[in-house]
Design a protein around this ligand. Structure first.
Ligand SMILES: Cc1ncc(COP(=O)(O)O)c(C=O)c1O
Length: 506
């Protein structure tokens, strides 16, 4: 059985207590979210009430009350004399008696990194299978090239030259002239962000983030001890793809971004301008220009994550942000264009910064695996080959999802995603966590909206990926409809799962 120390839980709790009057409910709410989104695995022993109250600097009564509430809601078991252990409540089939059923002790429902168990449609992940035969072919070619590398030590903190050259050539062709010396190969985009944080940010440094943002990036920023500075999107309402029920595309609120940069002068700004995760929005050229100018004026290093850049579903081309300023640090990856299983990404920056990143990475790893890099060099050169089929399939699935949502969940509002892998839906009530808890009972797995924000925001939002084929999406949307009907029919269920911890958003 896993267990969590008081300091471990305190780290995960993050900013739970930044609100005006944090109380036991807020503490319970945040612990519940950690269990729901898998950051605390099921059947984990929580720290004792005494240890946690000492570490958090709050009264023992507060922790006792929070644990009591979680036990009442079905998220904790044990206690009296033994350590409280995490669990997930289960509804009775009628959905009227709350949190009294047996433990759904299925680690795959919450453990990060594991796919949904068989039979469950996974809407928590926005990822695709490998792009097909081209990956296999590239590995076959790599195998014939491997012997040439075997006499060397194999440690390479910057990355194999042919891969760096291939990546640099793509940036040059896209309008951002780049040398191989400006590319550092990483084990994916997430690794790239961790290297950048390690090299450029210190504890307590501010990092501007879009709000919502990619959850694992928010986790990395928090884990580095930095303080995220969230800037909301501006979301106009009006006729979107859903017609009368639609919601015009949300877009970057550049005034708010500029104000946050100017007033807070964050050390870094982390943005996803190309088919932003989770909203699927594309930042127009004018805003790209404004962004680099405002970051430069504030002395902020702009970190641009282009992991989803190739998934451009409507064909409107934009230049990479790096084309607007040599100071931009760009993250790229093959995870979405080809396959997450490759674990190949990169950082594009000035040659000086690349050397700093290479030095910083040695505390994380000593270089990337060479077979994968040989393979990736072929894939980057042939990047355009599998993309048309991938994009056509995603376009079909996007159209199917938007139509299904409009037909079956007309009270949901969905911003039209110009690309990427997911739509960001506004729910008619703050029920995202409640939907996520009951979703497995309807055959689906969800990621609750608050996972994409800071301090419990986005309880009114749900990310719905369109990575599944249309038939599966239909089953998924019907399941979402049934889950919402269950909540509509059981207001007490909604109340007991109501999240929205009263935590201020910085
Ligand atoms: C915006 C963004 N950044 C980074 C990642 C992680 O990418 P990688 O698999 O290359 O680490 C993802 C994956 O979904 C993503 O959407």
């Amino acid at each position: 059985m896993a267990s969590l120390t008081a300091s471990g839980l305190s780290r995960l709790l993050g900013e739970w207590n930044v609100g005006a009057t944090p109380g036991y409910r807020e503490l319970a709410d945040v612990v519940r979210l950690l269990v729901l989104d898998g950051r605390v695995a099921l059947d984990t022993a929580l720290p004792s009430e005494r240890a946690l109250s000492e570490t958090l600097g709050v009264s023992r009564t507060m922790v006792t009350a929070a644990y009591g509430l979680l036990r009442e809601q079905g998220f904790l078991t044990g206690g009296q004399g033994s350590r409280s252990r995490t669990r997930i409540p289960r509804l009775t089939p009628a959905g009227t008696t709350l949190f009294t059923g047996p433990v759904r002790n299925d680690p795959a429902l919450t453990a990060p990194g594991l796919a949904a168990p068989e039979g469950l449609i996974d809407l928590a992940y926005a990822s695709l299978p490998a792009s097909g035969e081209v990956v296999h072919r590239a590995f076959a070619a790599a195998l014939t090239e491997l012997p040439a590398l075997l006499p060397g030590f194999g440690y390479d903190a910057i990355g194999l030259l042919p891969l760096r050259e291939a990546v640099a050539a793509r940036y040059t062709a896209a309008g951002a002239p780049t040398t191989a010396g400006q590319i550092l190969v990483t084990s994916g985009a997430q690794h790239a962000l961790n290297i950048i944080l390690r090299a450029l940010a210190g504890r307590q440094d501010r990092v501007l983030v879009e709000h919502p943002s990619y959850p694992n990036a928010l986790d990395a920023i928090r884990a580095a001890g930095c303080r995220p500075v969230p800037v909301a999107f501006s979301g106009g309402t009006g006729a979107g793809i859903h017609g009368a029920h639609g919601r015009a595309a949300q877009t970057w609120d550049m005034d708010a971004v500029q104000a946050a940069l100017q007033q807070q002068r964050p050390r870094l700004a982390y943005v996803v301008p190309d088919f932003h995760n989770p909203t699927g929005q594309l930042m127009p050229d004018l805003q790209r220009r404004q962004l680099v100018r405002a970051a430069a004026a504030a002395g902020t290093v702009l970190v641009v994550d282009e992991t989803l850049r190739e998934l451009n579903l409507d064909g409107a081309g934009t230049a990479p942000v790096a084309a607007f300023s040599p100071a931009v640090v760009t993250i790229g990856s093959l995870s979405k264009s080809h396959w997450g299983g490759l674990r190949i990404g990169w950082i594009r920056a000035s040659e000086d910064l690349v050397q700093r990143f290479a030095a910083a990475r040695t505390s994380l790893d000593l270089g990337g695996p060479l077979m994968e890099q040989l393979d990736a060099a072929h894939l980057v050169r042939a990047l355009d080959e599998p993309l048309p089929a991938r994009i056509a399939a995603l376009r079909d699935s996007r159209a199917a999802l938007l139509e299904l949502l409009a037909g079956h969940l007309p009270e949901w509002e969905t911003a039209y995603p110009a690309g990427g892998l997911s739509a960001w839906c506004r729910l008619p009530a703050p029920i995202s966590t409640a939907l996520t808890v009951i979703a497995p009972d309807f055959g689906i797995r969800l990621a609750a909206g608050p996972r994409f924000g800071i301090g419990g925001a986005f309880e009114r939002y749900l990310r719905v990926p369109f990575t599944l084929p249309p038939e599966k999406l239909e089953a998924a949307v019907l399941a979402l409809r049934s889950a919402q009907d269950r909540l509509d029919a059981a207001p007490q269920l909604r109340r007991s799962l109501k999240n929205a911890p009263a935590v201020a958003i910085a």
